[in-house]
Design a protein around this ligand. Structure first.
Ligand SMILES: Nc1ncnc2c1ncn2[C@@H]1O[C@H](COP(=O)(O)OP(=O)(O)OP(=O)(O)O)[C@@H](O)[C@H]1O
Ligand SMILES: [Mg+2]
Length: 479
């Protein structure tokens, strides 16, 4: 390979037949004692007017004459080589001086002297100083090299996994969760397809290594709280945000709550009775009664028993995943569940009763109200909720959130609008995203951000040994 030209922070490299590089590969351009790290993001033919004319001429000659052309000097094969020459477009990522990587790239490598070779991920990692204590193997980088990210890079961070339908997003997030749990972390999953429960089982149907650490919580069955455990703040938050309770009715409700509490009879039934007999405006009573029925039919609250307590699942354990199955409940109940779970966890974190929590939210725009997003990533991050959003609609996440994202795992997108959105807001440059993401094969993703030290890497996500539920159910099955 040879350098052809430079344009901004982009190099054009001439590649002949035997030179190969895939999109996303890193190359090292060595020029005496300095070198430059570039990443290939596109491949084209070498095109000049003269070349195109040549090709056309040859085709015309071939078509119109049957005789063999006399070519004693074998110029034809040379010219064929030239016509097959390709150009790699590569982005300059960093320069290396005295074995140290820096982003200061103010020099130009020599076109004549410099040598270009592929750089392995291992070499790149040692240049970057990318290392950690808790590796998460995610698959393979280019040329079948094992690739891992580090759990530390998800810790305290905001991560987005996005890509079109069926591209492998949930698969990747399950791999992350599994390894996090193995390392002793606590994970809460809002599972919209009831698919994460498979983490407890291997593909052969026997319990997986983390079977004991997987707690599947079904709203109304295994996920039921006592009112006392939720507390007044969580319940009033739920009424206001998930059930749109007007302020006047909310005030009455809180009065009823206090009254029940003072009589030490805080229960759903006691509140129900009080709502019916309380001396209030009929409109307010209507508002209270309708919410009361929703709450009652959600079966989320329990009386006289202990109910679910997150501390029970967490304390004394080394790592657990609490998977909240939300596939079969109504949108309103979903919002109630999310509201209760999040506010209780924040409450526990505030009182330092539980360690930080990793939150994985699938298609969160469906059940998290807009204002809550910002809350989760700003306020809640300080308490210790580290979120990973998984979505196939990148435009459902607002720009404000993207600005705070630390890691993005991008699967294939072909839709121009989605590509536009993601290339505008993400941590890597527009050209790289557009060109690489558009042609990513299934189960491949482009990792961007802290986890890869801001050098985008194409990863072929590994298959997993745990049971991966979540396949789309089909009516017509292939024989
Ligand atoms: N790296 C992989 N190796 C093997 N199988 C995979 C891999 N990634 C995904 N799959 C399989 O491909 C299918 C789709 O993957 P997955 O459910 O993760 O996609 P998704 O992007 O979450 O889709 P959706 O948008 O429908 O939620 C699943 O059956 C999954 O098991
Ligand atoms: Mg999915």
């Amino acid at each position: 390979m040879k350098i052809l030209s430079k344009n901004g922070n982009e190099l054009l490299l001439l590649a002949m037949k035997e030179d190969s590089a895939a999109k996303g590969d890193y190359l090292l351009i060595e020029d005496r004692n300095r070198s430059m790290v570039v990443q290939v993001y596109d491949e084209e033919y070498l095109s000049s007017q003269a070349l195109i004319e040549d090709i056309v001429k040859e085709e015309v000659v071939n078509a119109s004459s049957m005789e063999n052309l006399h070519d004693p000097l074998n110029i034809g094969s040379l010219s064929r080589l030239v016509r097959d020459a390709r150009v790699f477009r590569a982005k300059i990522r960093a320069s290396v001086t005295d074995g140290k990587l820096s982003s200061d790239v103010t020099w130009l490598p020599s076109r004549v002297e410099s040598k270009i070779r592929r750089i392995t991920m291992k070499e790149l990692d040692s240049l970057l100083g990318r290392c950690g204590v808790f590796p998460i193997p995610v698959g393979r980088a280019s040329h079948e090299e094992e690739f891992e990210i580090y759990a530390e890079d998800l810790d305290g961070k905001l991560t987005v996994i996005t890509g079109k339908k069926e591209s492998g997003k949930s698969h990747l997030s399950k791999m992350l969760i599994k390894t996090l749990v193995q390392y002793g972390a606590f994970v809460v999953v809002f599972d919209l397809n009831n698919e994460y429960g498979g983490l407890g089982w291997s593909r052969a149907g026997v319990p997986s290594s983390i079977n004991q650490q997987i707690k599947v919580l079904e709203p109304g069955k295994t996920l039921r709280f006592t009112l006392d455990y939720c507390g007044k703040t969580a319940i009033s938050g739920m009424l206001k945000n998930a059930l749109d309770m007007p302020a006047a009715s909310l005030r009455e409700f809180l009065r009823i709550w206090d009254w029940c509490e003072s009589k030490q009879s805080l229960s759903i039934d006691a509140i129900g009775n009080a709502v019916n007999t309380w001396n209030i405006n009929e409109l307010v009573r209507d508002a209270l009664v309708s919410r009361y029925h929703v709450i009652q039919s959600s079966r989320l609250f329990i009386n006289g028993e202990r109910g679910l307590q997150f501390e029970d699942i967490i304390s004394g354990k080394s790592g657990a995943a609490m998977i909240i199955n939300m596939g079969e409940i109504s949108p309103t109940v979903r919002r109630i569940v999310v509201e209760l779970v999040l506010s209780k966890i924040v409450d526990l974190l505030e009182h330092k009763q539980i360690p930080p929590i990793f939150l994985f939210a699938e298609e969160a725009h469906i059940y998290i109200r807009d204002t809550y997003w910002e809350d989760i990533i700003t306020r809640m991050r300080h308490f210790g909720i580290y979120t990973t959003f998984i979505t196939n609609q990148p435009d459902a996440i607002s720009d404000g959130i993207y600005r705070q994202v630390d890691n993005i795992f991008l699967f294939n997108f072909t839709n121009d609008n989605d590509l536009d959105k993601i290339s505008k807001v993400s941590l890597a440059d527009n050209d790289t995203i557009r060109s690489i993401v558009r042609t990513l094969p299934q189960r491949h993703c482009l990792a961007i951000g802290k986890a890869v030290c801001d050098l985008p890497v194409v990863i072929k996500v590994a298959a997993a040994e745990v049971l991966m539920l979540g396949e789309t159910k089909k009516f017509f099955t292939k024989k």
